[in-house]
Design a protein around this ligand. Structure first.
Ligand code: ADP
Length: 667
């Protein structure tokens, strides 16, 4: 078996990883998502730069080519001039041709060996000045015997940049003059650089001080983002071609790709957070559900009550552990089964079938007692509660029953009943002892009377033997009295016998006065022995009751005896026992009032229990018998503290219907 603790720990450990991996993947995805457009922008930028470099190179080549072509034309002209100088007009025509082929040519001078101007074409020399002295250039050119450029000049606000080209001429190796061409750099740019390039890029030719001598910017000034510089590589002159694209760096934000990436990323984050919230909620709900399930299962398993659910067709859909234990069958033998069920006891099958028909008809007995037959054949008395089972929409889907095994209760009830019977029997036996002693008292009186009446009768007869005439009246009276006393004794015995038998009492209409009178002598006797004053306060008229008179006399005797005994310890002047009575429309009540020690609350609780006594020689049966006797008559026996000290015991008996009706009529 797996240790649940280690399982839980593993689950806890796995939890961070469960989130970390998707989180890392999402972060990676987002990084790639943002890196891609950046990379695209970078590539675009590089591509533009490379394009500019290539274009700049091409333009430089074009400029260089143009100047080289011009150099070659000048060299051809120079060779002709030192060989066989043409006529002046031919020379001018050739020069004009040169200017036509190369519009960048600004001026062309032919100088003699001493620097004198031999011919000129193009622009005039400024203010008729002599040809510029280009000492350094001339010297270098003559040394190398090759054409050479001067540094460019004319930089400044107007950028009328010019460049001179000095070509020394030799005849048979002897210096024979020179040709000097002046180029307009602005024209060179305008004429040589194609329009599409000038449209996209600002061009500038820079002198050696990095100052622009000529510029061209058809499409506006450059942005300074994509730039390139390229030296023109002319002998003697250091001119740099600088290009600056009018295009700025590719913008990131308006980019469609970036836009969609951002939207995608936001959408992804949003859906992830929604998903996360949803998962958290689901997990929380799941955990709550699991807890509830565990709680419910524990609760169901701990229940002593059997639970059974049935669908509307009576098929068992659920049983709990307690139910399985009650019927002694495993759940798999019960689930899905329809009646007749294996736990139906054959002797009550009719009841089951009747009730099941009710279930199918949609009516149930909410609570009933029945018997189930356990798998081992033992009968189990059960109490069944049934209620409709409803789903979450409130529609009835079946019936739910809870089943209580009441075997123990039944056993206890049976035991209780047997106990009670035994108790009653022993109580009656115990009472018999007490009652017999009372009978002795009761019977003592009639027996003594019988004895004296029969003795009197015998006397009369003895005197007759001696010749005294018989007085028949006296003899009859004595015998009549003896008969009456014998009858009374018989009655006492009969009523006690019936009481002990617990059969229906011989009820007769009894006047309370007669009951009191019947036992008065006995009470008096006991009262006198205990120095108790007896007060009998009965209203002149009291409705009769239907009762066994002798039994009522016994009750009265018991109550008065208890009252007298309760006053044993109080001063003799306080020892007063009162008997009062009263009646209302429904009942007649008799009270025995003493001024004794009263009843403590712990005693009061057990007062009527059989064999409960606080007296050294008490049997504890008196009050129990009294209550049984009074309840036997449909009455009640109660007690209350006497306001003047002591206790009041009152028994009430219902008035017979006829006298009650009469009383009601009187009112
Ligand atoms: P017994 O008299 O044999 O003790 P009873 O059943 O008649 O048995 O009375 C039970 C107990 O109730 C008595 O022991 C006594 O403590 C109490 N008791 C009964 N009557 C009175 C009374 N009038 N005043 C005080 N205590 C009483």
């Amino acid at each position: 078996m797996k240790n649940p603790f280690s399982l839980r720990r593993r689950a806890n450990l796995a939890r961070p990883w469960r989130w970390l991996v998707p989180l890392l993947l999402v972060l990676l995805f987002l990084a790639v998502l943002f890196w891609l457009p950046w990379q695209a922008r970078q590539m675009e930028s590089n591509e533009r730069q490379e394009q500019l470099i290539a274009d700049t190179l091409w333009v430089e080549q074009t400029l260089r080519f143009e100047l080289t072509r011009s150099e070659e034309a000048l060299a051809t002209l120079g060779a002709d001039l030192v060989g066989k100088p043409p006529a002046a007009d031919v020379l001018q025509a050739r020069m004009a041709q040169l200017f036509k082929n190369g519009p960048e040519l600004h001026r062309l001078l032919w100088l003699g060996r001493n620097g004198e101007l031999l011919a000129r074409h193009g622009a005039d020399l400024p203010q008729g000045a002599p040809p510029p002295a280009l000492a350094d250039t001339e010297e270098m050119a003559r040394l190398t015997r090759a054409g050479r450029y001067t540094e460019s000049y004319g930089a400044g606000a107007h950028q009328t940049g010019m460049l001179d080209y000095y070509l020394p001429l030799y005849r048979d190796g002897v210096y024979a003059g020179s040709l000097m061409a002046t180029y307009s750099l602005k024209v060179l740019l305008d004429e040589t650089v194609p329009w599409w390039f000038a449209q996209d890029n600002a061009l500038a030719l820079l002198d050696r001080n990095d100052v622009a001598v000529a510029t061209r910017a058809d499409g506006g000034p450059g942005r300074g983002v994509y730039t390139h510089r390229r030296a023109l590589d002319l002998p003697g002159a250091s001119i740099v071609l600088a290009t600056d694209s009018v295009k700025g760096a590719p913008r990131l934000l308006p980019n469609l790709l970036v836009g969609s990436v951002i939207v995608l990323a936001l959408g992804l984050l949003l859906s992830l957070s929604t998903l996360w919230r949803h998962i958290s909620r689901t997990l929380a709900a799941e955990s709550a559900l699991r807890q509830q399930m565990a709680f419910r299962t524990a609760m169901e398993n701990s229940l002593m009550t059997g639970l059974r659910a049935r669908d509307l067709e009576g098929r068992v859909t659920y049983v709990n552990k307690a139910f399985c234990e009650i019927v002694g069958l495993p759940p798999e033998e019960l689930l899905g089964r329809k009646p007749p069920m294996p736990y139906w006891a054959p002797e009550v099958r009719g009841d089951y079938e009747e009730r099941f028909a009710g279930v199918l008809a949609g009516t149930i007995t909410p609570q009933f007692e029945t018997v189930f037959q356990r798998s081992d054949g033992v009968r189990v008395p059960v109490l069944v509660f049934e209620a409709p089972l409803r789903d979450s929409r409130g529609e009835q889907t079946g019936w739910m029953s809870s089943i209580l095994d009441i075997t123990d209760r039944k056993k206890a009830e049976e035991l209780n009943r047997q106990q009670q019977e035994k108790l009653e029997t022993s109580a009656r036996l115990a009472t018999m002892g007490e009652i017999s002693s009372m009978l002795a008292h009761e019977l003592n009186q009639p027996l003594a009377a019988i004895s004296s009446y029969t003795a009197g009768a015998l006397n009369v007869l003895e005197r007759a033997d001696k010749g005294v005439p018989i007085e028949p009246t006296m003899l009859r009276r004595a015998l009549e009295q003896a008969r009456q006393q014998a009858q009374r004794a018989g009655q006492i015995i009969k009523s006690v016998h019936e009481f002990v038998k617990k059969s229906e009492p011989q009820r007769e209409t009894v006047a309370i006065h007669d009951v009191v009178e019947g036992v008065r002598a006995l009470i008096d006797l006991q009262a006198r022995k205990s120095y108790v004053a007896l007060q009998i306060d009965l209203p002149a008229v009291l409705p009769p009751v239907l009762a066994d008179r002798v039994m009522l006399e016994q009750v009265l005797l018991n109550l008065t005896r208890n009252g007298i005994e309760a006053m044993a310890a109080v001063p003799p002047e306080r020892r007063v026992l009162r008997i009062t009575a009263g009646a209302d429309a429904a009942q007649v009540a008799v009270s025995v009032i003493d001024r004794g020690h009263g009843i403590a609350s712990d005693v009061a609780e057990r007062l009527f229990s059989p064999f409960f006594s606080t007296k050294a020689e008490g049997m504890g049966m008196g009050l129990s018998i009294c209550r049984t006797a009074i309840e036997f008559h449909g009455g009640t026996l109660n007690h209350a503290p006497n306001p003047g000290g002591g206790t009041v015991f009152t028994f009430s008996l219902p008035r017979p219907a006829s006298t009650a009706a009469a009383a009601a009529e009187l009112k």
